[in-house]
Design a binder for this molecule. Structure first.
Ligand SMILES: Cc1cc2nc3c(=O)[nH]c(=O)nc-3n(C[C@H](O)[C@H](O)[C@H](O)COP(=O)(O)OP(=O)(O)OC[C@H]3O[C@@H](n4cnc5c(N)ncnc54)[C@H](O)[C@@H]3O)c2cc1C
Length: 205
């Protein structure tokens, strides 16, 4: 049994809990003989790299956005609540929310800011698919109404394409969405068991 006092990284390696990097890793990193920034720019390009660096700085400057070891002991529900709290903190800060919303479209194919925080964000598809679809398909009037609500999480969207019997075969999807003028709502109808929606991963739950 190791205690905090007799923990020897040479024998036991690194420890996230103790903030100790494995000595083998440190040794290998010290051998790096190329310019790391040049390599990053080669792999990701200038604009996404600058964006990632700004997001990183933002996380460092806001302790509420940082995650400690306790994250790994949290229940799924606690993790989801933590994500929503983080997202609110970001969006309530004018500078941070501008950075995220102005750039999410431009850099999305390269990088999503949420990858910098541990765990899978329940809001990735809300931001990348749902909010992006509003930006692409809405009229100006609809944009003015829906996008601020999506940005501040008053409405949360998901991506529910896949059906139990239709994954890659999107042409075979059976579920229909029919607008009902009387109720001003869409009626969603999945006629068979094969049409049941499946894998709507970031459903916002
Ligand atoms: C972690 C995770 C999160 C997901 N989140 C979402 C989500 O939020 N919303 C959502 O709608 N879906 C989501 N999905 C579903 C995902 O989009 C589907 O898994 C995907 O569309 C593939 O469908 P399938 O798994 O049924 O595979 P299938 O379509 O059954 O394919 C199985 C295999 O057959 C191959 N294949 C299929 N068709 C052909 C063809 N015509 N020719 C040659 N090869 C073929 C495929 O390449 C694959 O290797 C998620 C999946 C995962 C794993």
């Amino acid at each position: 049994m190791d205690s905090r006092d007799n923990f020897d990284p040479k024998i036991l390696g690194g420890s996230v809990k103790r903030g100790i990097v494995n000595p083998d890793l440190l040794e290998e990193r010290a051998k790096c003989n190329f310019n790391q920034r040049e390599m990053v720019l080669f792999l990701f390009d200038e604009q996404p790299t600058e964006y990632i660096e700004k997001i990183n700085k933002m996380i460092v400057e806001h302790p509420e956005l940082q995650t400690g070891i306790e994250y790994y002991e949290m229940s799924r529900e606690e993790k989801l609540k933590l994500w929503y709290r983080r997202y609110r903190i970001i969006m309530e800060d004018a500078e941070m929310s501008k950075l995220i919303t102005d750039n999410s479209r431009k850099v999305n194919e390269h990088f999503n800011w949420s990858y910098l925080l541990p765990g899978l964000s329940p809001l990735t598809l809300h931001m990348s698919m749902f909010t992006d679809s509003l930006k692409t398909f809405c009229s100006e009037e609809q944009k003015a109404h829906y996008i601020p609500q999506a940005d501040n999480l008053n409405i949360i969207g998901c991506y529910a394409q896949t059906e139990l019997g239709h994954g890659s075969n999107v042409a075979g999807l059976e579920t229909t969405a029919t607008y009902d003028e009387k109720t001003e709502q869409f009626v969603i109808h999945s006629p068979t068991i094969k049409a049941a929606k499946f894998w709507p991963g970031a459903l916002g739950v």
